[in-house]
Design a protein around this ligand. Structure first.
Ligand SMILES: [Zn+2]
Ligand SMILES: [Zn+2]
Length: 83
């Protein structure tokens, strides 16, 4: 049983093996040890290349995107600096 996520990852790994897709360095920091990130698992070829560090960052960003909007608004209201 494959999840959509596993299937998307498999599709990319397979395409690389077959020479149909080229692994690119991390688009944030240029690290050649990159992984494919799928913004949308139903579109297996729509990927971003990111290193492990920035990959994790992307996921936590996506996961917290909605909550973050509310948090930033709240912090702004209280006049606090973010980051
Ligand atoms: Zn990176
Ligand atoms: Zn990812």
């Amino acid at each position: 049983m494959h999840t959509q996520k596993e299937l998307a990852r498999y599709t990319i790994n397979n395409a690389i093996k077959l020479g149909k897709l080229k692994r690119l360095p991390c688009e944030v920091c240029g690290n050649p040890k990159s992984e494919a990130h799928h913004p949308n698992y139903s579109k297996p070829f729509k990927i971003k290349w990111v290193c492990k560090l920035h990959h994790v960052g992307l996921h936590s960003k996506e996961h917290e995107a909605q909550r973050e909007i509310g948090r930033q608004a709240a912090l702004k209201r209280w006049g606090k600096k973010i980051d």
